[in-house]
Design a protein around this ligand. Structure first.
Ligand code: SF4
Length: 390
């Protein structure tokens, strides 16, 4: 039986850079230059897909995720062309989950219709907050009202499955702001919500302010309270907390991201994209012109390749799997690796159980509520090689 896999396409264009963002994306202000770069870039994506397609026969592709950047900064007909191309090349089944990330102000009923008509059936919208003052601080290009307008456009175009991204731990954000954001988000009836705490990444304008002690962050305790509040408000509204940062109505979990958390294969296409195929993980260079130039000669532009041995695969299965509140199935682990969790991690599991951070119930090892708040302590236990990332 073929193994299930997904496809990720990185679309590295944004209208402007947000103050906290360290994702790989570029801003091209001149419209005709932008459209020319987009054409060359999407042509390179198709070449890269073609290059990998012949090696991929052992996989059954079931999800496609267009992420960024801001995929919807690109004209919808160009994105639609790529979706059609990839669906055919990798024989995605009818109804396969196809997600497109979007930002408010970059979608209209027309552009959404175009995407829906080629099979995009899930939109992930970057809302972040419902206070214009906070959106300004973040450097977002939209207002809170734009989020509501975009959700109306989603409904008008028939998208019933959509995610809202929200952020907490923001400079100047109060508990009351966060509560209002959660409540406004719930009122818009998304099927899925992602709640991320702000991480101040090196090289961003926020990092510069942070290093000069000019960023008014809420502090670790308030951040933990904000996380607890999200769990409380969203679970009461019927969302299942299924992954550290993700909540979904039953049946609306993100199938593509579940592949990552279950440490299953995925193909990554585009500048800076990573893929995990067979026993290899690769990361493309974060360089749009370099990516375009390389594929003009049908050459990959890979920055890093890593061979995955069995130990790494086991560790990553645990580390990623424990992000899911359902945890890791002992039977699935045994079937995949031919050994028990307790044979490989006897001391780690015992130690974490004694500290009340993990539990074993109904054949699954999972984090407790306390372990959820101390995720990094849990994941670190399962890192048997120093080079691995969480
Ligand atoms: S829109 Fe998203 S990817 Fe683009 S700069 Fe802002 S946070 Fe980064």
């Amino acid at each position: 039986m073929k193994e299930t896999a997904g496809i990720y396409v990185h679309i590295p264009f944004c209208l402007r850079k947000c103050e906290y963002c360290d994702f790989h994306s570029i801003v091209v202000n001149d419209r005709s230059e932008f459209l020319a770069v987009v054409d060359s870039y999407l042509c390179a994506v198709q070449r890269e897909a073609q290059y990998y397609a012949s090696w991929m026969e052992e996989y059954r592709f079931e999800t496609l995720f267009l992420g960024g950047g801001t995929p919807t900064a690109v004209p919808a007909e160009k994105l639609a062309e790529v979706v059609v191309y990839l669906r055919e090349l990798f024989q995605l089944p009818v109804g396969a989950e196809i997600t497109c990330e979007a930002n408010p102000k970059t979608i209209t009923a027309e552009s959404l219709n175009e995407l829906r008509d080629v099979g995009v059936n899930r939109i992930s919208l970057g809302a972040q907050a419902f206070q214009d003052s906070l959106l300004d601080v973040l450097g977002r290009t939209h207002s809170a009202a734009d989020v509501s307008t975009s959700v109306q456009a989603l409904h008008a175009a028939g998208f019933t499955d959509f995610n809202l991204d929200l952020m907490f731990g923001l400079p100047g954000q109060t508990m009351a702001d966060w509560q209002a954001t959660l409540e406004r988000a719930v009122d818009l009836a998304p099927t899925h919500l992602s709640c991320y705490s702000l991480i101040v990444e090196e090289g961003t304008p926020f990092y510069d302010l942070f290093s000069r002690d000019l960023l008014d962050l809420p502090g670790e305790d308030t951040e933990a309270d904000m996380y607890a509040l999200a769990r409380d408000v969203l679970q009461r509204a019927g969302y299942r907390h299924y992954e550290v940062s993700n909540f979904a109505l039953p049946g609306n979990e993100c199938a593509h991201n579940l592949l990552y958390w279950k440490n299953q294969p995925y193909l990554g296409l585009g500048s800076s994209a990573s893929g995990r195929v067979g026993t290899m993980r690769y990361t493309n260079a974060a360089d749009v012109p370099g990516y375009i130039a390389a594929w003009q000669h049908n050459q990959p532009n890979i920055a890093h390749v890593e061979a995955l041995d069995k130990d790494k695969e086991m560790d990553e299965t645990l580390i990623c799997g424990l992000r899911l509140l359902d945890g890791v199935s002992e039977a699935e682990f045994r079937e995949r690796f031919g050994c028990s969790l307790w044979e490989v991690y006897p001391d780690q599991i015992k130690n974490l159980e004694e500290r009340g951070l993990v539990q074993y119930r109904a054949g699954r090892l999972s984090v407790t509520t306390q372990g959820l708040f101390l995720g990094n302590v849990v994941y670190r236990e399962f890192l048997r090689s120093s080079e691995r990332r969480i």
